[in-house]
Ligand binder design. Structure first.
Ligand SMILES: Cc1ncc(COP(=O)(O)O)c(C=O)c1O
Length: 431
């Protein structure tokens, strides 16, 4: 006779793919777990947006409007893999307007809608790179992307910089020529820039810098793509950053370019819709084929909501409100750090003109890595940050931190600044 079958009692072990075996939890997920498990901890780590100003009335109105439309509720049906044509049209037009160039009907065809710009980054990288390939990144760069590259065995190599921290274009050209001579150039697939109010540095790339990059690539004439991540372009505090995107600069003509933007940070992160504008038809087609394998289209309903708020102006009026909120929050954190005396113990930072982050340089030789004494002391003192070393590709730097001011209330930002500075003072050699 058979004995009782005990469900789930198997000792068999499934085996994983190479990718599955290599995977490790992301650093930010570990930081978020610490925050969730310790409610008294104040997190300046995760790049969440302000909860109190999330656009509840705007989304409510949009949903009401959609549901009251006559005809079939097409928005509750699957939509096109590339995204809703009307939303793509609106986003292409919006980009052209920001860049001060005339919108052309062809532009809509270059836009595709994704599950946040994160998915677009993934698709773009997957269709370009194999393990061992190289993507050049800024120092510092968006650490979630760097983790993605690492997970895929792709090398994130730092763009060379001059003493003042700007890109060393002659040095970069020399490096690429050297790679051509050594036969390594075929591994270089793209350059990735976070060019408006960057995560994490808060810095933007001038038009002149973009043009100098284009000149290097034109002279080199190798098939190297450029990915411009403009996640924070619309989150300026008072003034737009006056540089056109790489898709509108003629200097890049003939170079494959992908411009990424998102509707999460400037509106509602929970809607998780982003988009790409790709100048290379073939690259775009391949990204769409891959997207077809992922999900064959981002949420049609969410896209319809976004079409609605973009067309009735509520997206832009909400954006005007949150720009001011983030400016005030940035100011609160900055002033609190100054008042607590962080500068007096050797820390330095610049006030950003947009975005969600303060990028702080610690006094020389203070190790801020996860697990360092400073990190452990901050955790014990109830404040979390993103360690700066996570934001570097090749050349690691251990003495910086990223502080996010998006999600904490003004009161908690002040308390977090107090805790952070209190800890920093324990590690100070000054005074
Ligand atoms: C620079 C940058 N790019 C892309 C993303 C992805 O954002 P989302 O997927 O929400 O559009 C983020 C999110 O923090 C980011 O900071």
């Amino acid at each position: 006779m058979f004995g009782p079958v005990i469900m789930g009692s198997s000792n068999q072990k499934i085996s994983y793919s190479e990718l599955g075996q290599k995977l490790v939890p992301s650093a930010i997920a570990s930081v978020m777990t610490i925050a969730l498990e310790n409610p008294d901890v104040l997190s300046l780590a995760a790049g969440f947006t302000d909860n109190h100003s999330l656009p509840v009335p705007e989304v409510g109105e949009a949903v009401k409007d959609l549901l009251s439309r006559s005809g079939l509720p097409e928005y509750l049906q699957y939509g096109p893999n590339q995204g809703r044509p009307e939303l793509r049209h609106m986003l292409a037009e919006r980009l052209m307007k920001q860049d001060g160039v005339v919108y052309n009907e062809e532009d809509r065809k270059k836009v595709f809608i994704t599950n946040g710009s994160q998915q677009a980054l993934f698709l773009a990288t997957q269709v370009l790179c194999d393990a061992g390939d190289i993507i050049f990144v800024e120092s510092p760069s968006y650490f979630v992307y760097l983790e993605m590259l690492k997970g895929e065995g792709i090398e994130a190599r730092s763009l060379p910089v001059t003493e003042d921290g700007s890109i060393d274009f002659p040095g970069f050209e020399k490096e690429l020529i050297g790679m051509r001579e050594s036969g390594e150039i075929d591994r270089v697939k793209a350059i990735y820039l976070v060019s408006y109010f960057s995560n994490p540095s808060g810095e933007s790339r001038s038009e002149d810098e973009k043009i100098r990059l284009a000149e290097v690539l034109q002279r080199l004439d190798e098939p190297i793509a450029v990915i411009e991540d403009a996640a924070y372009r619309e989150l300026y505090f008072t003034e737009e950053y006056p540089a056109r995107s790489i898709v509108s600069l003629d200097d890049f003509k003939g170079i494959s370019r992908l411009y990424l933007t998102t509707l999460t940070k400037p509106f509602a992160t929970g809607l998780k819709i982003g988009s790409g504008f790709c100048t290379d038809k073939d690259w775009l087609e391949r990204m769409l084929w891959l997207k077809g394998h992922h999900d064959f289209g981002s949420s049609n309903f969410t896209q319809a909501i976004l079409e609605n708020v973009l067309s009735d102006g509520s997206f832009d009026s909400h954006l005007r409100v949150i720009r001011q909120i983030y400016q005030e929050k940035m100011h609160t954190l900055h002033i609190a750090l100054c008042d607590e005396g962080l500068e007096t113990v050797g820390w330095e930072w610049k006030k950003p003109l947009g975005g969600l982050y303060l990028w702080l340089k610690a006094p020389e030789e203070l190790d801020t890595r996860m697990g360092s004494e400073f990190w452990e002391a901050c955790c014990r003192n109830g404040v979390l940050y993103v360690p700066g070393d996570l934001c570097y590709g090749g050349v690691k730097v251990f003495d910086s931190v990223r502080l996010s001011f998006g999600v904490l209330s003004e009161k908690n930002l002040m308390e977090a600044a107090r805790r952070f500075t209190e800890t920093a003072k324990l590690f100070s050699n000054i005074g």
